[in-house]
Design a protein around this ligand. Structure first.
Ligand code: ZN
Length: 134
């Protein structure tokens, strides 16, 4: 059986540029892309690591779920994302096994297909399935 991979770890931040300064002081990362994901109402800086990524997410709207998270809990790890080979199949499997899903399949940053499992089903950790468009 193929081993699972962490696609990315997402961190909620108040300001992407300010957060990037910290991350670049601490980590030797040169490849960074910034993108606005309109349907999630966030601005995302993607820090490429060898086999995973760190996503810094800043809300661009008061209605963003990230805004709510920051107000309630402050900056910090927001979710982790597992690479899906076949996201429809992986989400169906989780649903059949009684996992509570959040929303439906949708398009996230960089054209990837994403869906989320509720933290209540995952011992307090919001977990994303993520399938690359490539
Ligand atoms: Zn994510």
């Amino acid at each position: 059986m193929k081993k699972l991979r962490i696609d990315h770890i997402a961190i909620a931040v108040n300001n992407v540029e300010e957060a990037l300064k910290n991350y670049q002081k601490a980590l030797n990362i040169d490849h960074i892309e910034i993108e606005v994901v309109q349907n999630e109402k966030v601005r995302v800086a993607m820090l490429d690591l060898e086999d995973t990524r760190i996503e810094l997410m800043e809300p661009i709207s008061e209605e963003s779920p990230i805004k709510k998270f920051l107000v309630e809990r402050g900056e910090g790890i927001h979710h982790l994302a597992i690479t899906a080979d076949n996201i429809e199949k992986d989400a169906a499997r989780a649903t059949e096994n009684g996992m509570k899903m959040i929303g439906t399949l949708r398009t996230g940053s960089f054209g990837r297909k994403i869906t989320f499992i509720h933290p209540k089903s995952m011992n307090g950790v919001l977990t994303e399935f993520c399938e690359s468009s490539k």
